[in-house]
Design a binder for this molecule. Structure first.
Ligand SMILES: Cc1ncc(COP(=O)(O)O)c(C=O)c1O
Length: 404
């Protein structure tokens, strides 16, 4: 006897507003692989698959913590020795802070989610750069806050347009997201711009969320924490072991809530929300102490390697007819632009590049740029020789795609 198919269980409507192109596009790449074509993955900013190694003293710290029996839950805000290490590190970089204002998190991702939950009611506005790292818009979609994009301009080294930001501020603005050094553009903001952004947060009474996960990966050397420019400004600073300490899988990060008395309630709200998730991964918190108090010479080598790869990327992509690429000055991303034929989108180009040439990038509209503008993001962690080969493939494909 035929049985009626039961109705599907409905999912919450917030899921429909949630999108994460960097990972979503992998499903397409798997199909291409299943059809027999090898794929070069230039989509996820993880240095480990490209041969970069987590420093040995951090591995030892995690192993020792596990062997010493630190495998139970820890305090919700994090173990004190690591919170102290984070506070001392900020202080050494010119931003005096104390461990009681530091929360250890499952990467900056968790810190960002907690902070936005602590700050924004449904309908409140969060200013986010365009293009942006998509976690921000994914979280605003979840909490029903409104994303207000502010432009960063490729014609001016992908710097933010301060006049536009000023014009976007309303009484509902609760936070301004600043990613510096930036993913996806590789821009590093000069001090006057940072100072102006901080001034806006102070004057208008919203929080500046300073995403400094790439702070040690500016090619000219570490950028100081933004909040240093005005320690009384309402700034929350975020960092992690993921990028500059080469341990993204450990999900170990931190946030420091600025010393401004205006942030007292926010700090309490952040700590309250953190109680609900018990704690961040405990053995990895021991590695935070090891990383921030130990040898960082790997960062010198890593920065050199990134600069070299950025140079290859910029030279090779700018040599492709119909393509242009602003030179990154930090991190491991570039945001080239292809002059699309009318009617085509960035996603069309990226999918064709994947299916026909086996190179996976992420389309710019996944980061908030307009589909017709033809931006896409490249992660340049592969070796310079491999990158050169990949860019040759891209050049050949793009010539045909654009009919040049
Ligand atoms: C700008 C930015 N912020 C945050 C993150 C998340 O990093 P974490 O591993 O610390 O959660 C990333 C990861 O790519 C990033 O690019």
């Amino acid at each position: 006897m035929p049985t009626a198919t039961p109705d599907p269980i409905p999912v919450a409507s917030r899921v429909h507003g949630f999108s994460y192109a960097i990972r979503n596009i992998v499903a397409e790449a798997k199909k291409v692989e299943a059809a027999g074509r090898a794929v070069k993955y230039l989509n996820i900013g993880d240095p480990i698959p490209f041969g970069f190694k987590t420093p040995a003293h951090m591995l030892e710290a995690v192993e020792k913590a596990m062997r010493d029996g630190h495998n139970g839950y820890g305090p919700s805000p994090g173990i004190m020795s690591a919170r102290e290490a984070v506070a001392d590190d900020f202080t050494a970089r010119g931003l005096a802070t104390t461990p009681d204002r530091v929360l250890l998190t499952a990467g900056t991702s968790e810190g960002i989610e907690i902070a936005l939950n602590a700050l924004a009611n449904p309908g409140d506005e969060v200013m986010v750069p365009s293009p942006t790292y998509p976690l921000y818009t994914a979280v605003t979609a979840k909490i029903a806050a409104k994303t207000v994009y502010y432009r960063t301009d490729p014609k001016h080294g992908w710097l933010p347009d301060l006049d536009e930001i000023r014009s976007l501020i309303t009484p509902k603005t609760r936070a301004l997201v600043v990613i510096d050094p930036n993913n996806p553009t590789g821009a590093v903001y000069p001090e006057p711009i940072r100072r102006e952004l901080i001034g806006l947060a102070s004057r208008h009474g919203f929080v500046l969320l300073a995403d400094e996960v790439y702070g040690d990966l500016a090619y000219d050397g570490p950028t100081p924490p933004m909040a240093r420019l005005d320690p009384d400004a309402p700034v929350i600073s975020f960092g992690s072991l993921s990028k500059a300490y080469l341990a993204p899988g450990w999900r170990a990060g931190w946030m420091a809530v600025g010393a401004s008395p205006r942030l007292t309630d926010v700090l309490a709200a952040v700590m309250k929300l953190a109680d609900g998730r018990l704690c961040a991964t405990v053995p990895m918190q021991y590695a935070i102490t090891a990383a921030l108090r130990g040898d960082r010479s790997h960062q010198v080598t890593f920065r050199q390697a990134l600069r070299e790869r950025a140079d290859v990327t910029v030279a090779r992509l700018n040599a492709i007819p119909g393509m242009s690429c602003v030179a990154p000055t930090g991190a491991f991303y570039a945001m080239p632009k292809v002059d699309l034929p009318p009617g085509r989108t960035d996603e069309d180009y990226v999918l064709a590049l994947l299916r026909e040439a086996g190179v996976l990038c992420v389309y710019g509209s996944g980061f908030g740029t307009r589909p017709e503008d033809g931006f896409f993001r490249v992660v340049f962690l592969a070796s310079p020789a491999e990158l050169a080969e990949i860019y040759s493939t891209m050049a050949e494909f793009t010539r045909t795609y654009l009919g040049r």
